[in-house]
Design a protein around this ligand. Structure first.
Ligand code: NAD
Length: 288
């Protein structure tokens, strides 16, 4: 199949739904042979069927638990056996558990670390062997705006401590590995989605309302899995051959606006009136 990933082999994690499914569909449509994986067997089989129905090539190993080192190694072996040494790894899968800090159990803290950071560490560690053989490669790790700014929720409600910490860790791990793996022609970047409508967030949006999320943004809509898949496609393709150690924020302006969204029209009027007085005052302050 022709396309921006023609001739490439891409391993994508968490392909049972959301952003991983969107990436599997887009990467395959752009010519890549795709290897997927997930804990969810039926939904992941659906993704494989969707890719094939569109004429793409995809195999998947389910169930795979990416926080288990042996299973990560087995997935890499499966990928190599299926299509040969691959070119791209897109570490998309993750899962976290939240609570206020004083109620967050050690078990749920460790669950979040294991399924958001350790899983990506294990994959990043073991793909080096494949990429060394291949003479290069591309890694894209999924971080989040939650790893950069605020509490990662509308209203800055502090219930995502572990998630925020792991996602900040993913950004730093990617920068670190961009340096460490550069002698082998391996590019490592991260992508930081904002609020994206997926199985992981749909219930939040239903419960709290769409406006609570879009109020944080400059682009007044919820993100779609395809918004992230398109950014991921760019970063893993040769179009991004000069980009490594970067974190691409794809968030409708959440981070840029500090989660405060578009200018408030009422406050804007008051501020403009005060600024006008500054402009005309000799002392440079209003009323002087
Ligand atoms: N949806 C958002 O608003 C949002 C925002 C910022 C970052 N992200 C990140 O984007 C990525 C994709 O999120 P999504 O919204 O599509 O989530 P999702 O829950 O729809 O998809 C994640 C997939 O990963 C799989 N998974 C989780 N842990 C796994 C493990 N240990 N082994 C194998 N598979 C595992 C899940 O089964 C699921 O199918 C995640 O890294 C998430 O943290 C999402």
């Amino acid at each position: 199949m022709a396309g921006r990933l023609a001739g490439k082999i891409a391993l994508v994690t968490g392909t049972a739904g959301g952003q991983g499914r969107a990436a599997a569909l887009l990467f395959a449509a752009e010519g890549a042979k795709v290897i997927g994986c997930d804990l969810k067997v039926d939904e992941d089989r659906e993704t494989v069927a969707m890719v094939k129905a569109k004429g793409g090539e995809m195999v998947s190993l389910t169930p795979t638990n990416l926080s288990n080192e042996d299973q990560v190694k087995a997935l890499i072996d499966f990928a190599v056996t299926s299509f040969g040494d691959f070119d791209i790894v897109y570490n998309n899968a993750s899962a976290a558990r939240g609570a206020p800090a004083d109620e967050l159990t050690l078990e749920n803290w460790m669950f979040s670390l294991n399924n958001e950071l350790t899983n990506m560490f294990l994959m990043n560690k073991h793909v080096l062997e494949v990429f060394k053989r291949k003479g290069g490669g591309v890694i894209l790790n999924t971080a989040s705006v939650a790893g950069i700014v605020g509490a990662g929720t509308p209203g800055n409600v502090p219930v995502h401590l572990a998630h925020n910490v792991t996602k900040a860790g993913v950004i730093r791990m990617s920068q670190h590995l961009a340096i460490e793996y550069s002698p082998w022609n391996i590019r490592v970047n991260s992508v930081s989605p904002g609020v994206i409508l997926t199985p992981a967030t749909g219930f939040w949006v239903d419960a709290i309302g769409e406006d609570a999320f879009t109020d944080l943004l400059l682009v007044k809509r919820l993100g779609q899995p395809e918004d992230i898949a398109k950014a991921a496609l760019f970063l893993v393709s040769d179009d991004a051959s000069y980009i490594t150690g970067a974190n691409l924020v794809v968030d409708g302006g959440w981070v840029a606006s500090g989660g405060l969204g578009r200018p408030n029209p009422e406050l804007s009027k008051k501020f403009v009136a005060i600024i006008d007085r500054y402009r005309t005052s000799a002392a440079g302050k209003p009323g002087a």
